[in-house]
Design a protein around this ligand. Structure first.
Ligand code: GLN
Length: 493
């Protein structure tokens, strides 16, 4: 039915509901994030938690990475226990509970509870809702990349509105009222999602590879449960006794963010449930995953290094009024919203043409553009003194064009290349490329120093461009690898 459904700008009707549900979820997420640092570091008398900024900042960064890592777990729960629809709903309810924890003035304990709710909830919701988008398209449907670009615009609509509404209410009026609005946003997302259920593919309502407990060997079951309990115990003890301080936690998550995806690729490649054709595709997916890690490593620094550059090295009064440094956080989303219609048409045209670019080509271009966005900053950073804000805005616009070539395309490719038994887990794996990028970024940003910013931007930007060139050269090989054993990577073949 979905293959012929063209109700929404030529796209299946189900896309509308998923677009708005995800827009509201991201609104709640980015709204909460816009407020979090201020809430954590503000003085107790002002309604904050009074934490030092030096511990709050890395904690927030690591929280972001953990949320995307949780997507692997969420993918497993969906594939084996709940199916995408139920997992999305449960995830949404947990996220709402997380925001509600912060909507009441209950101190650091509530913050911790909220972080757990939101990490687990987002881990369940984010991969499953994205995977449901993929299920709207039959194999070979050339609208897939274009559809994901539209869906991705929903993310930006939520992201751009959130700091303005949640941030403003939270900072100017009351933190808890701000977090309360985030909870309302998530509730609206859930309502939209519930209403749009009947337009989703029936595939989304069942686990794709249901777990039959009776078939799992007892010793294995015991090992998994014992291992998980030991891990939780270890974390509780080391954090509780202070053996693992904030720096330690950052390092542990950085390592996990790389180790977990590597481990998961191994599991997928070795699983008896992965067919030979699927294995060929997973292998072809690996170089693209590496490129995505490099891409997110740069793009996600928008909230760290670039935010710092905006505050310290940019002439915020250049236009006769004081530009709030936080405005730069919205540049990317705005550019994305404006350019999405263009890209949706571009992908549709290109993907229908006989010489359509492969996914690897689009990724290489996306990564190269991200590298260029950093190389662009070498120019102002090489000059002493504060620089015109247009440099930074320009660089953020450039990296966003790269994002449009890589991120929606990555989501789309993931739904196409995933082994059937691992469908939503592969989506979790895709999201973990962001976690790995941020994990590496958390280590790299330590080398950033305003005095030598040009060197920092030059090295990272140059590195990304080189990696992109390698991927570009490998693209024909990747395409061939993906088509071995009768599989195909791109919809045009
Ligand atoms: N900015 C994107 C989002 O919030 C990044 C996530 C991703 O696709 N890895 O959805």
């Amino acid at each position: 039915k979905t293959a012929t459904d063209r109700a929404f700008f030529g796209q299946p009707r189900g896309l509308v509901g998923l677009f708005f549900a995800e827009a509201w979820e991201r609104f709640s997420y980015y709204g909460m994030r816009a407020l979090l640092l201020y809430y954590m570091t503000d003085r107790l008398a002002e309604g904050g938690l009074g934490l030092p900024a030096d511990s709050a900042k890395p904690l927030i960064a690591v929280y972001g990475s953990a949320i995307y890592l949780a997507a692997i777990l969420g993918g497993w729960v969906s594939d084996r226990l709940l199916g995408d629809r139920k997992a999305t709903l449960v995830g949404g309810v947990l996220i709402m509970c997380g925001h509600l924890c912060l909507a009441v003035p209950a101190g650091a304990g509530a913050l911790f509870a909220s972080m757990v709710f939101i990490a687990v909830g987002t881990g369940l919701l984010k991969p499953t809702i994205s995977s449901s988008v993929g299920d709207l398209y039959a194999a070979g449907d050339p609208r897939r990349d274009s559809g994901f670009s539209i869906y991705y615009m929903g993310i930006s609509v939520g992201a751009v509105a959130a700091p303005l509404v949640v941030g403003t209410v939270g900072q100017n009026y009351d933190y808890h009222a701000g977090f309360g609005i985030a909870a309302v946003g998530m509730a609206l997302g859930l309502l939209v999602y519930l209403r749009s259920q009947r337009h989703l593919s029936p595939v989304s309502s069942r686990p794709k590879n249901p777990l039959r407990l009776a078939e799992v060997p007892r010793p294995r079951l015991i090992a998994v449960v014992a291992g998980a309990a030991a891990l939780i115990g270890l974390v509780a003890v080391t954090v509780g006794t202070g053996v693992l301080d904030v720096d330690g936690i950052v390092d542990v998550i950085s390592v996990l963010a790389i180790a977990l995806p590597v481990g998961y690729f191994t599991v997928m490649l070795r699983s008896a449930r992965t067919t030979a054709a699927e294995r060929a595709r997973v292998r072809a997916y690996i170089p693209m995953f590496v490129a995505a890690v490099a891409f997110w490593c740069i793009q996600e620094q928008g909230a760290t290094v670039i935010a710092q550059y905006a505050e310290e090295s940019t002439d915020l009064d250049a236009f006769g009024f004081a530009i709030p440094a936080s405005w730069f956080q919205s540049v990317g989303s705005l550019v994305l919203i404006v350019l999405t219609p263009l890209f949706a048409v571009l992908w549709l045209r290109l993907d229908r043409s006989p010489r359509s670019p492969s996914t690897a080509h689009k990724f290489a271009v996306g990564l190269a553009i991200a590298g260029l966005s950093y190389l662009l900053l070498v120019v102002p950073a090489a000059h002493p003194g504060q620089t015109n804000p247009l440099w930074l805005a320009g660089s953020l616009a450039v990296v966003t064009v790269g994002e449009m070539c890589l991120s929606p395309i990555g989501l789309s490719a993931t739904t196409r290349l995933a082994p059937a038994a691992f469908a939503t887990q592969t989506m979790g794996l895709w999201l973990s490329s962001n976690a790995a990028g941020q994990g590496i970024g958390a280590q790299l940003v330590k080398f950033y120093d305003p005095g030598s910013a040009a060197g920092y931007f030059g090295a990272l930007g140059g590195g990304a461009v080189v990696l992109a060139l390698v991927l570009f050269a490998l693209a024909p090989l990747i395409r061939r690898q993906a088509s071995r054993k009768g599989a195909t990577m791109d919809d045009d073949q």
